[in-house]
Write a protein that binds this ligand. Sequence first.
Ligand SMILES: Nc1ncnc2c1ncn2[C@@H]1O[C@H](COP(=O)(O)OP(=O)(O)OP(=O)(O)O)[C@@H](O)[C@H]1O
Ligand SMILES: [Mg+2]
Length: 350
Amino acid sequence: MILLDNVSKYYRGDKKPALDEVNLHIQPKEFVFLVGPSGAGKSTLIKMLTREEKPSYGNIMVGGIDYRYMKKRHVPHLRRRLGVVFQDFKLLPNRTVYENVAFALEIVGVSGSEIKRTVPKVLELVGLSEVSHKFPGELSGGQKQRTAIARSMARQPKILIADEPTGNLDPENSWGIIKLLDEINNFGTTILVTTHDAEVVNQLRKRVVTLSDGKIIGDQKVGGHYDLDGSRTRIEKRSLGGNKAPAAAVPKAPAAPKTVAPTAPAPKTPAAPTPVAPPPIPNIPTSSAMPPLQTAPAKAPAAKPKALAPTPDKVAKPKPKSGSAVLEQMQKAKAAEQAKPVAKRRKFIH
Ligand SMILES: Nc1ncnc2c1ncn2[C@@H]1O[C@H](COP(=O)(O)OP(=O)(O)OP(=O)(O)O)[C@@H](O)[C@H]1O
Ligand SMILES: [Mg+2]
């Protein structure tokens, strides 16, 4: 779950906010396009979520983490929990595709044997097995972006945020990347993507949130269109359950938003949880979002990271659950899709 509660951001020296009282609620497993003209505040919103920037006003909660209580030392853990993909890929130029993905696991302490099992699976999922030995300089733009996605998905985040992931790609590669993000979403990962690509947005017909001058001017929950003046989009009252998540997953709005109400009618008194210590942010949370790619020793029980706990530093790492069965299921689904006659494949695959 992603929640921005009346978030405003003034960059130093600016009189006009880059984000102006933004209220946004994204439920688990949603796929959301964030669109808007250049300078609308899309990247600023993303940077709020990754904690690259802090809001001037308002609050943010992501995956049960209340940013008000997040200490500086928790930020790296947050970033490990969120998958983040950028327009310029941000790959390590002196490492191969395999090493780029492996490195993302190494730095969070995954064992060498686990990395050897996991990386080939991730690369297969994103269609990069054949080029795993290549360096970024030897890849096409689409392959670079797939590497970046593989790197962020290797840690199995529940939320994947992508800031213009197709910005440097030609139309064909853009579709490939969007299709990959859609597949990842189909397996339960929440996806938030900023884009200027009207064709992609209009064909996918997902939820579309439109920003303009730092304000949300449109929020189409399903069947959204790319519409920068807001004439075709309108801010709809949040329907319980969203497009995928069960109604039970809908949290109470933590505060009464002043302008747009993205959630059910907001209570007057804040319904935010009583201040507690930040939640545990284990290095490798076992996520139900993606098929676990790291295989665990046989019979290892799945450990669910608790949303909130009083002593985050003392929480033991959850053991990853065995992922081979789920992974096989995902691979079978992919093979079945590819075996279908072209006409029967999902519409957006060109
Ligand atoms: N680090 C920064 N310091 C000062 N001002 C900034 C900074 N980053 C962004 N801004 C300003 O905040 C506003 C929103 O910028 P932002 O990058 O969020 O827009 P955007 O919607 O991502 O645009 P684009 O589509 O061009 O990427 C702009 O007016 C920009 O000049
Ligand atoms: Mg931007």
